[in-house]
Ligand binder design. Structure first.
Ligand SMILES: Nc1nc2c(ncn2[C@@H]2O[C@H](COP(=O)(O)OP(=O)(O)OP(=O)(O)O)[C@@H](O)[C@H]2O)c(=O)[nH]1
Length: 366
Protein backbone atom coordinates (compact mmCIF):
# COMPACT_ATOMS: atom_id res chain seq x y z
CA UNK A 1 0.00 0.00 0.00
CA UNK A 2 2.74 2.41 1.12
CA UNK A 3 4.82 1.26 -1.87
CA UNK A 4 2.08 2.04 -4.38
CA UNK A 5 1.41 5.42 -2.71
CA UNK A 6 5.12 6.30 -3.00
CA UNK A 7 5.23 5.41 -6.68
CA UNK A 8 2.06 7.45 -7.22
CA UNK A 9 3.71 10.51 -5.59
CA UNK A 10 6.88 9.88 -7.64
CA UNK A 11 4.89 9.94 -10.88
CA UNK A 12 3.03 13.09 -9.74
CA UNK A 13 6.34 14.85 -8.96
CA UNK A 14 7.78 13.76 -12.29
CA UNK A 15 4.76 15.21 -14.11
CA UNK A 16 5.11 18.44 -12.11
CA UNK A 17 8.80 18.70 -13.08
CA UNK A 18 8.09 18.06 -16.78
CA UNK A 19 5.39 20.76 -16.74
CA UNK A 20 7.73 23.19 -14.96
CA UNK A 21 10.41 22.44 -17.56
CA UNK A 22 7.89 23.02 -20.36
CA UNK A 23 6.75 26.33 -18.81
CA UNK A 24 10.32 27.58 -18.34
CA UNK A 25 11.27 26.60 -21.92
CA UNK A 26 8.22 28.52 -23.19
CA UNK A 27 9.28 31.54 -21.07
CA UNK A 28 12.81 31.26 -22.45
CA UNK A 29 11.54 31.26 -26.04
CA UNK A 30 9.13 34.16 -25.39
CA UNK A 31 11.86 36.34 -23.87
CA UNK A 32 14.59 35.43 -26.34
CA UNK A 33 12.40 35.71 -29.45
CA UNK A 34 10.38 38.76 -28.25
CA UNK A 35 11.15 42.33 -29.30
CA UNK A 36 12.32 43.58 -25.86
CA UNK A 37 15.36 41.92 -24.26
CA UNK A 38 15.83 42.47 -20.51
CA UNK A 39 18.82 40.77 -18.89
CA UNK A 40 16.86 39.22 -16.03
CA UNK A 41 14.22 37.76 -18.38
CA UNK A 42 16.96 36.33 -20.57
CA UNK A 43 18.74 34.63 -17.66
CA UNK A 44 16.08 33.31 -15.25
CA UNK A 45 13.91 31.13 -17.58
CA UNK A 46 16.84 29.19 -19.16
CA UNK A 47 18.46 28.76 -15.73
CA UNK A 48 15.17 27.40 -14.37
CA UNK A 49 14.90 25.08 -17.42
CA UNK A 50 18.32 23.63 -16.67
CA UNK A 51 17.48 23.19 -12.98
CA UNK A 52 14.18 21.43 -13.70
CA UNK A 53 15.85 19.25 -16.36
CA UNK A 54 18.55 18.28 -13.83
CA UNK A 55 15.91 17.47 -11.21
CA UNK A 56 14.07 15.22 -13.68
CA UNK A 57 17.28 13.28 -14.37
CA UNK A 58 18.03 13.10 -10.63
CA UNK A 59 14.54 11.77 -9.85
CA UNK A 60 14.75 9.12 -12.55
CA UNK A 61 18.19 7.95 -11.38
CA UNK A 62 17.68 8.33 -7.62
CA UNK A 63 13.93 7.88 -6.90
CA UNK A 64 14.61 7.74 -3.16
CA UNK A 65 15.67 11.43 -3.27
CA UNK A 66 12.02 12.30 -3.90
CA UNK A 67 11.50 14.58 -0.87
CA UNK A 68 14.70 16.54 -1.43
CA UNK A 69 13.93 16.93 -5.15
CA UNK A 70 10.46 18.30 -4.40
CA UNK A 71 11.94 20.83 -1.98
CA UNK A 72 14.65 21.94 -4.42
CA UNK A 73 12.07 22.26 -7.23
CA UNK A 74 9.86 24.48 -5.07
CA UNK A 75 12.83 26.64 -4.02
CA UNK A 76 13.92 27.02 -7.68
CA UNK A 77 10.39 28.00 -8.71
CA UNK A 78 10.09 30.45 -5.79
CA UNK A 79 13.46 32.09 -6.55
CA UNK A 80 12.52 32.40 -10.24
CA UNK A 81 9.45 34.41 -9.14
CA UNK A 82 10.95 36.35 -6.21
CA UNK A 83 13.77 37.83 -8.31
CA UNK A 84 11.58 39.55 -10.98
CA UNK A 85 8.98 40.63 -8.40
CA UNK A 86 11.56 42.60 -6.38
CA UNK A 87 13.79 43.63 -9.27
CA UNK A 88 11.03 45.13 -11.41
CA UNK A 89 9.16 46.68 -8.47
CA UNK A 90 12.29 48.47 -7.24
CA UNK A 91 13.19 49.35 -10.82
CA UNK A 92 9.76 50.91 -11.42
CA UNK A 93 9.91 52.82 -8.13
CA UNK A 94 13.39 54.20 -8.83
CA UNK A 95 12.96 54.95 -12.55
CA UNK A 96 10.83 58.01 -13.34
CA UNK A 97 8.19 57.29 -15.99
CA UNK A 98 8.54 53.50 -15.76
CA UNK A 99 5.34 51.57 -14.96
CA UNK A 100 5.49 48.17 -13.23
CA UNK A 101 2.53 46.88 -15.22
CA UNK A 102 4.56 47.45 -18.42
CA UNK A 103 7.72 45.65 -17.34
CA UNK A 104 6.69 42.86 -14.94
CA UNK A 105 6.82 39.55 -16.87
CA UNK A 106 3.60 37.45 -16.99
CA UNK A 107 4.38 35.59 -13.77
CA UNK A 108 1.11 35.75 -11.72
CA UNK A 109 -0.18 32.51 -13.25
CA UNK A 110 3.14 30.83 -12.37
CA UNK A 111 2.79 32.17 -8.82
CA UNK A 112 -0.64 30.53 -8.55
CA UNK A 113 0.90 27.29 -9.87
CA UNK A 114 3.65 27.53 -7.23
CA UNK A 115 1.01 27.86 -4.49
CA UNK A 116 -0.80 24.80 -5.89
CA UNK A 117 2.44 22.77 -5.81
CA UNK A 118 3.25 23.89 -2.26
CA UNK A 119 -0.23 22.92 -1.06
CA UNK A 120 -0.07 19.55 -2.85
CA UNK A 121 3.45 18.41 -2.03
CA UNK A 122 4.23 19.94 1.37
CA UNK A 123 2.52 18.09 4.23
CA UNK A 124 0.44 19.61 7.06
CA UNK A 125 0.76 23.12 8.45
CA UNK A 126 4.15 23.64 6.79
CA UNK A 127 2.26 24.11 3.52
CA UNK A 128 0.40 27.15 4.92
CA UNK A 129 3.60 28.66 6.32
CA UNK A 130 5.43 28.20 3.01
CA UNK A 131 2.46 29.52 1.00
CA UNK A 132 2.39 32.61 3.24
CA UNK A 133 6.16 33.04 2.84
CA UNK A 134 5.84 32.81 -0.97
CA UNK A 135 3.02 35.34 -0.88
CA UNK A 136 5.05 37.77 1.29
CA UNK A 137 8.13 37.48 -0.93
CA UNK A 138 6.47 37.43 -4.35
CA UNK A 139 3.02 39.03 -4.19
CA UNK A 140 3.37 41.60 -1.41
CA UNK A 141 5.97 43.91 -3.08
CA UNK A 142 3.81 44.09 -6.21
CA UNK A 143 0.60 44.70 -4.21
CA UNK A 144 2.25 47.44 -2.13
CA UNK A 145 3.51 49.07 -5.33
CA UNK A 146 0.01 48.94 -6.86
CA UNK A 147 -1.54 50.37 -3.71
CA UNK A 148 0.88 53.29 -3.96
CA UNK A 149 0.20 53.68 -7.71
CA UNK A 150 -3.62 53.53 -8.02
CA UNK A 151 -3.58 54.66 -11.67
CA UNK A 152 -1.65 51.49 -12.55
CA UNK A 153 -3.78 49.39 -10.22
CA UNK A 154 -6.99 50.21 -12.09
CA UNK A 155 -5.52 49.38 -15.50
CA UNK A 156 -6.50 45.90 -16.85
CA UNK A 157 -2.99 44.49 -16.11
CA UNK A 158 -3.09 46.01 -12.59
CA UNK A 159 -6.49 44.41 -11.90
CA UNK A 160 -5.15 41.15 -13.27
CA UNK A 161 -2.23 41.28 -10.81
CA UNK A 162 -4.58 42.21 -7.97
CA UNK A 163 -6.84 39.23 -8.70
CA UNK A 164 -3.99 36.70 -9.03
CA UNK A 165 -2.14 37.85 -5.91
CA UNK A 166 -5.35 38.37 -3.91
CA UNK A 167 -8.56 36.33 -4.22
CA UNK A 168 -7.15 33.61 -6.53
CA UNK A 169 -4.23 32.92 -4.17
CA UNK A 170 -6.62 32.72 -1.20
CA UNK A 171 -8.86 30.29 -3.14
CA UNK A 172 -5.92 28.00 -3.85
CA UNK A 173 -4.71 27.99 -0.24
CA UNK A 174 -8.22 27.25 1.07
CA UNK A 175 -9.54 24.85 -1.58
CA UNK A 176 -6.56 22.52 -1.83
CA UNK A 177 -6.52 21.55 1.88
CA UNK A 178 -10.27 20.87 1.61
CA UNK A 179 -9.55 18.63 -1.39
CA UNK A 180 -6.71 16.98 0.51
CA UNK A 181 -9.02 16.32 3.47
CA UNK A 182 -11.58 14.74 1.16
CA UNK A 183 -8.92 12.55 -0.47
CA UNK A 184 -7.75 11.44 3.01
CA UNK A 185 -11.31 10.55 3.99
CA UNK A 186 -11.78 8.55 0.79
CA UNK A 187 -8.46 6.73 1.41
CA UNK A 188 -9.46 5.89 4.98
CA UNK A 189 -12.84 4.60 3.78
CA UNK A 190 -11.17 2.46 1.12
CA UNK A 191 -8.77 0.87 3.62
CA UNK A 192 -11.63 0.33 6.09
CA UNK A 193 -13.59 -1.34 3.32
CA UNK A 194 -10.61 -3.56 2.47
CA UNK A 195 -10.32 -4.50 6.17
CA UNK A 196 -14.03 -5.35 6.32
CA UNK A 197 -13.69 -7.40 3.14
CA UNK A 198 -10.90 -9.44 4.75
CA UNK A 199 -12.97 -9.93 7.92
CA UNK A 200 -15.97 -10.93 5.85
CA UNK A 201 -14.00 -13.76 4.28
CA UNK A 202 -11.96 -14.95 7.25
CA UNK A 203 -12.86 -17.66 9.72
CA UNK A 204 -12.31 -16.06 13.13
CA UNK A 205 -11.17 -19.27 14.89
CA UNK A 206 -8.61 -20.61 12.41
CA UNK A 207 -7.71 -17.45 10.46
CA UNK A 208 -8.15 -19.22 7.10
CA UNK A 209 -10.87 -18.38 4.58
CA UNK A 210 -14.46 -19.03 5.61
CA UNK A 211 -17.16 -20.86 3.69
CA UNK A 212 -18.38 -17.66 2.04
CA UNK A 213 -15.03 -17.23 0.28
CA UNK A 214 -14.72 -20.97 -0.45
CA UNK A 215 -18.08 -20.82 -2.21
CA UNK A 216 -17.05 -17.76 -4.18
CA UNK A 217 -13.78 -19.38 -5.34
CA UNK A 218 -15.68 -22.53 -6.31
CA UNK A 219 -18.27 -20.57 -8.30
CA UNK A 220 -15.47 -18.64 -10.05
CA UNK A 221 -13.93 -21.98 -11.08
CA UNK A 222 -16.95 -22.71 -13.23
CA UNK A 223 -16.28 -19.52 -15.22
CA UNK A 224 -12.77 -20.68 -16.15
CA UNK A 225 -11.89 -23.55 -18.46
CA UNK A 226 -9.01 -24.92 -16.36
CA UNK A 227 -9.03 -28.36 -14.74
CA UNK A 228 -9.52 -28.25 -10.97
CA UNK A 229 -10.19 -30.62 -8.11
CA UNK A 230 -11.89 -30.50 -4.73
CA UNK A 231 -10.89 -32.10 -1.45
CA UNK A 232 -13.30 -32.16 1.49
CA UNK A 233 -11.73 -33.18 4.79
CA UNK A 234 -13.48 -33.87 8.08
CA UNK A 235 -11.83 -34.53 11.45
CA UNK A 236 -12.26 -38.06 12.81
CA UNK A 237 -13.80 -38.54 16.24
CA UNK A 238 -13.77 -34.84 16.91
CA UNK A 239 -16.70 -34.98 19.29
CA UNK A 240 -14.67 -37.36 21.46
CA UNK A 241 -11.75 -34.88 21.51
CA UNK A 242 -14.09 -32.15 22.72
CA UNK A 243 -15.75 -34.44 25.24
CA UNK A 244 -12.44 -35.76 26.62
CA UNK A 245 -10.24 -32.65 26.62
CA UNK A 246 -12.74 -29.80 26.48
CA UNK A 247 -13.78 -27.30 23.81
CA UNK A 248 -10.65 -25.07 24.04
CA UNK A 249 -8.45 -28.06 23.17
CA UNK A 250 -10.82 -28.88 20.28
CA UNK A 251 -10.39 -25.29 19.09
CA UNK A 252 -6.60 -25.63 19.23
CA UNK A 253 -6.81 -28.82 17.16
CA UNK A 254 -8.84 -27.01 14.50
CA UNK A 255 -6.36 -24.13 14.46
CA UNK A 256 -3.38 -26.49 14.18
CA UNK A 257 -4.99 -28.51 11.39
CA UNK A 258 -5.96 -25.39 9.43
CA UNK A 259 -2.49 -23.86 9.86
CA UNK A 260 -0.68 -27.05 8.81
CA UNK A 261 -2.85 -27.58 5.74
CA UNK A 262 -2.48 -23.96 4.67
CA UNK A 263 1.29 -24.21 5.03
CA UNK A 264 1.33 -27.29 2.80
CA UNK A 265 -0.78 -25.75 0.04
CA UNK A 266 0.40 -23.43 -2.73
CA UNK A 267 -0.64 -19.76 -3.06
CA UNK A 268 -3.26 -20.54 -5.72
CA UNK A 269 -4.76 -23.43 -3.74
CA UNK A 270 -7.58 -22.37 -1.45
CA UNK A 271 -8.51 -23.93 1.88
CA UNK A 272 -11.65 -22.74 3.65
CA UNK A 273 -13.41 -23.81 6.81
CA UNK A 274 -16.60 -25.29 5.43
CA UNK A 275 -18.30 -26.18 8.69
CA UNK A 276 -17.48 -27.05 12.34
CA UNK A 277 -14.64 -29.56 11.76
CA UNK A 278 -14.88 -29.75 7.98
CA UNK A 279 -12.59 -28.03 5.46
CA UNK A 280 -12.79 -27.65 1.68
CA UNK A 281 -9.63 -27.45 -0.41
CA UNK A 282 -9.86 -26.19 -3.99
CA UNK A 283 -6.91 -27.12 -6.17
CA UNK A 284 -6.80 -25.47 -9.61
CA UNK A 285 -4.77 -26.74 -12.59
CA UNK A 286 -4.43 -30.35 -11.42
CA UNK A 287 -5.36 -33.85 -12.62
CA UNK A 288 -6.90 -36.70 -10.60
CA UNK A 289 -3.53 -38.31 -9.72
CA UNK A 290 -2.13 -34.99 -8.55
CA UNK A 291 -5.25 -34.27 -6.51
CA UNK A 292 -4.95 -37.65 -4.82
CA UNK A 293 -1.35 -36.85 -3.92
CA UNK A 294 -2.28 -33.47 -2.43
CA UNK A 295 -4.99 -35.10 -0.29
CA UNK A 296 -2.54 -37.82 0.78
CA UNK A 297 0.03 -35.22 1.80
CA UNK A 298 -2.54 -33.40 3.95
CA UNK A 299 -3.79 -36.65 5.47
CA UNK A 300 -0.29 -37.71 6.55
CA UNK A 301 0.59 -34.26 7.84
CA UNK A 302 -2.53 -34.16 10.03
CA UNK A 303 -1.88 -37.67 11.36
CA UNK A 304 1.58 -36.48 12.48
CA UNK A 305 0.36 -33.24 14.03
CA UNK A 306 1.25 -32.92 17.73
CA UNK A 307 -1.57 -31.16 19.61
CA UNK A 308 -1.03 -31.97 23.29
CA UNK A 309 -2.79 -33.41 25.20
CA UNK A 310 -4.54 -35.13 22.27
CA UNK A 311 -2.52 -38.20 21.38
CA UNK A 312 -3.55 -38.59 17.76
CA UNK A 313 -5.51 -36.40 15.38
CA UNK A 314 -6.73 -37.76 12.05
CA UNK A 315 -9.06 -36.71 9.29
CA UNK A 316 -10.97 -38.36 6.45
CA UNK A 317 -10.67 -37.08 2.89
CA UNK A 318 -13.06 -37.08 -0.05
CA UNK A 319 -11.68 -35.88 -3.37
CA UNK A 320 -13.06 -35.37 -6.87
CA UNK A 321 -12.20 -33.61 -10.12
CA UNK A 322 -14.59 -31.00 -11.51
CA UNK A 323 -16.18 -32.47 -14.62
CA UNK A 324 -17.34 -30.50 -17.69
CA UNK A 325 -20.98 -31.42 -16.92
CA UNK A 326 -20.70 -30.36 -13.27
CA UNK A 327 -22.25 -27.41 -11.58
CA UNK A 328 -21.71 -25.99 -8.08
CA UNK A 329 -24.14 -28.43 -6.42
CA UNK A 330 -23.23 -31.65 -8.28
CA UNK A 331 -19.52 -31.37 -7.56
CA UNK A 332 -20.16 -30.66 -3.87
CA UNK A 333 -22.53 -33.64 -3.64
CA UNK A 334 -19.87 -35.88 -5.21
CA UNK A 335 -17.03 -34.74 -2.95
CA UNK A 336 -19.38 -35.22 0.02
CA UNK A 337 -20.07 -38.78 -1.12
CA UNK A 338 -16.33 -39.42 -1.39
CA UNK A 339 -15.87 -38.13 2.16
CA UNK A 340 -18.72 -40.32 3.37
CA UNK A 341 -17.05 -43.33 1.73
CA UNK A 342 -13.77 -42.46 3.51
CA UNK A 343 -15.63 -42.33 6.85
CA UNK A 344 -17.30 -45.68 6.02
CA UNK A 345 -13.86 -47.18 5.52
CA UNK A 346 -12.87 -46.26 9.07
CA UNK A 347 -11.50 -42.74 8.53
CA UNK A 348 -7.91 -41.46 8.18
CA UNK A 349 -7.94 -42.26 4.47
CA UNK A 350 -8.45 -40.62 1.09
CA UNK A 351 -11.25 -41.62 -1.27
CA UNK A 352 -11.21 -40.14 -4.76
CA UNK A 353 -14.46 -40.37 -6.66
CA UNK A 354 -14.71 -39.70 -10.39
CA UNK A 355 -17.72 -38.13 -12.10
CA UNK A 356 -19.07 -41.68 -12.78
CA UNK A 357 -19.30 -42.06 -8.96
CA UNK A 358 -16.88 -45.02 -8.87
CA UNK A 359 -14.32 -44.94 -6.06
CA UNK A 360 -11.06 -44.60 -7.98
CA UNK A 361 -8.52 -44.75 -5.20
CA UNK A 362 -8.33 -45.39 -1.50
CA UNK A 363 -5.33 -44.69 0.69
CA UNK A 364 -5.20 -46.95 3.69
CA UNK A 365 -4.61 -45.52 7.16
CA UNK A 366 -0.91 -44.58 7.66
N1 LIG B 1 -13.97 -27.18 19.76
C1 LIG B 1 -14.79 -26.99 18.75
N2 LIG B 1 -15.65 -27.96 18.40
C2 LIG B 1 -16.46 -27.76 17.35
C3 LIG B 1 -16.46 -26.58 16.62
N3 LIG B 1 -17.36 -26.69 15.64
C4 LIG B 1 -17.94 -27.90 15.76
N4 LIG B 1 -17.40 -28.57 16.80
C5 LIG B 1 -17.71 -29.89 17.33
O1 LIG B 1 -17.31 -30.87 16.38
C6 LIG B 1 -18.05 -32.05 16.74
C7 LIG B 1 -18.44 -32.77 15.49
O2 LIG B 1 -19.02 -33.95 15.85
P1 LIG B 1 -19.42 -35.06 14.79
O3 LIG B 1 -20.16 -34.41 13.67
O4 LIG B 1 -20.11 -36.16 15.54
O5 LIG B 1 -18.06 -35.54 14.20
P2 LIG B 1 -16.99 -36.55 14.77
O6 LIG B 1 -17.07 -36.67 16.26
O7 LIG B 1 -15.68 -36.07 14.24
O8 LIG B 1 -17.42 -37.88 14.10
P3 LIG B 1 -16.96 -38.41 12.68
O9 LIG B 1 -16.96 -37.21 11.76
O10 LIG B 1 -17.97 -39.40 12.30
O11 LIG B 1 -15.58 -38.95 12.82
C8 LIG B 1 -19.25 -31.59 17.57
O12 LIG B 1 -19.08 -32.05 18.89
C9 LIG B 1 -19.17 -30.08 17.52
O13 LIG B 1 -19.59 -29.50 18.74
C10 LIG B 1 -15.55 -25.56 17.03
O14 LIG B 1 -15.47 -24.48 16.44
N5 LIG B 1 -14.74 -25.81 18.07
Amino acid sequence: MQESEDSYVRVAVLIMLWLALFASICATLIHWLGPVHRTMDLIIPPTASMMFGGLIVALMRRPWWLQAIVQVALVVAALALIAPAWFYTLHAVSTPGMRLIDVLPPVPSLFVMLLVMVMIFIPGRRAFVLALLCWLLIALPVLVYLALHPREMWMPRGIDLLMAYGPVSIMVVVLLPVQRGLAGTIRRMASERARMEVMLHRDPLTGIHNRRLGERVLRDLFNGAHAAGLIMLDMDGFKAINDTHGHPVGDRVLQAVAGRCKALLREDECISRWGGEEFLVIVPGIDAAGLHMVAERLQMAIARLPVAPVLRVTASFGATMIDGADNFDTVLQRVDRALYAAKEQGGNCVVLVTAGLAAAGVLAPG
